[in-house]
Design a protein around this ligand. Sequence first.
Ligand SMILES: Nc1[nH]c(=O)nc2c1ncn2[C@H]1C[C@H](O)[C@@H](COP(=O)(O)OP(=O)(O)OP(=O)(O)O)O1
Length: 160
Amino acid sequence: MEHTLVAKKLLTLAIVNREGRVLLGLKKRGFGEGYYNGFGGKVEVGETVEAAARRELQEEAVIIAGNIKKQGLLTFHFDDKPQPWEVHVFNVLDYNGEPCETDEMSPQWFSHDQIPFDKMWKDDEIWYPHFLAGHLFQGEFFFRNTHHLDSYNFDVVSKL
Ligand SMILES: Nc1[nH]c(=O)nc2c1ncn2[C@H]1C[C@H](O)[C@@H](COP(=O)(O)OP(=O)(O)OP(=O)(O)O)O1
């Protein structure tokens, strides 16, 4: 029998969550353009996942993360992409600096009851309520034609 090893693409997603509001960015270019999302991107070779989360937040929103907590591990399968994406989700509890628009993202605060799910990835409305409640979670999502969510598994877990 033949086995094919397909490495996952490792990414981060950092959501600043303070005083009943989250900081999201409107993605201006690249994958997910036109969607609101947290800040993040690919983990570089030799970098820890947490260091990548901090770096991407600084590059995309120009703020320096203080305390951050890993809350989620999400795997995205795309029928039109060769590798699954493994996205590590962080809750940014405090930060230094002032969020600023960058080439990639236009930052905006949303109260917890006004998160713009109609302009976000389809999986987000499934896991954001758990993120906001402080739960740890794991999920696996299967997308068709990049944007259509066909099916998923999702669990609240006791550790990641
Ligand atoms: N279904 C999904 N739901 C979600 O909430 N976030 C997702 C998502 N799929 C991807 N993301 C996040 C992970 C990461 O923070 C971001 C994609 O990162 P990037 O835009 O940096 O990726 P790229 O492949 O464009 O990387 P670069 O070429 O380095 O810009 O979108």
